[in-house]
Write a protein that binds this ligand. Structure first.
Ligand code: CTP
Ligand code: CA
Length: 225
């Protein structure tokens, strides 16, 4: 009702969405990754575009197709994802859905690491990756609406609230990614949306429906502020 029957309430708005995992190379044939499929992030990019936004999707390595009507940039590593996101600024909306690897191998090997029979492997030296959401949330060209996700396995709301503050976000979509929920890689999602106004609890639904509801919430935000 707030959207007043307007089918394209985000017309003229630019949005940046990140999606999928990142791959952090160990050597030319091996990498560190996670279970993200990109389904939720890609669906959000498509849902924002359906409401009229001009969307740049920055996607890590996924097996699903690029959404129609969206400019998709493919990256592999977190640092590449950060660079692509910053290059897409300015924007009105940023929705950071990607499961960015928290760490990368300090210096990945140029050649395939060979096993040495009978010898323990050399430990991997990891360093922290840039926090893309936090960088965007505190950027001089900060989008008017910055939305992050929070992947948690415990104290979901409390941890999501902390992320809202530290990352400079307006909204955090929190989900419980405990193995038994099957959310990471699965077809459905059950989320709570945390903002300064409070917490919205959404029932379990397909990722496409979560995307549409979130896009509508974002459109409502622009219609009312
Ligand atoms: N994020 C990001 N860059 C990173 C890590 C996370 O942009 N290097 C973003 C994610 O896209 C998500 C939000 O930050 O929108 C929260 O990600 P999450 O993994 O839940 O939180 P972290 O801050 O990485 O903390 P932790 O994994 O320790 O819970
Ligand atoms: Ca993380």
């Amino acid at each position: 009702l707030l959207l007043d029957g307007n089918p394209k309430p985000l017309l003229g708005r630019k949005a940046i969405v990140t999606s999928g995992p990142t791959h952090e190379p160990i050597d030319p044939v091996r990498y560190i990754a996670n279970r993200s499929s990109g389904k939720q992030g890609h669906a959000i990019a498509a849902a924002l575009a359906a409401l009229g936004a001009e969307v740049t999707l920055v996607s890590g390595p996924v097996t699903i197709p690029d959404p129609l009507g969206v400019r998709t940039i493919h990256v592999e590593r977190a640092e590449e994802m950060r660079d692509a996101v910053l290059a897409a600024l300015p924007a009105d909306i940023a929705v950071m859905v990607a499961a960015v690897a928290d760490w990368r191998v300090a210096s990945s090997a140029g050649e395939k690491i060979k096993k040495q029979p009978g010898e323990a492997p050399a430990p991997l030296h990891l360093v922290e990756n840039p926090d893309i959401l936090k960088t965007v949330g505190h950027h001089a060209m900060r989008p008017k609406l910055v939305c992050g996700f929070a992947a948690e396995t415990q104290s979901v709301i409390e941890n999501a609230r902390k992320k809202l503050e530290t990352k400079g976000a307006d909204m955090i979509v929190a989900n419980d990614v405990s193995a038994e929920t099957g959310i990471m890689g699965g077809e459905r999602n059950s989320v709570r949306v945390i903002s300064r106004d409070g917490v919205d609890v959404w029932p379990d639904m397909p990722k496409g429906d979560v995307a549409e509801k979130l896009a509508e919430k974002i459109a409502t935000y622009f219609a009312t502020s």
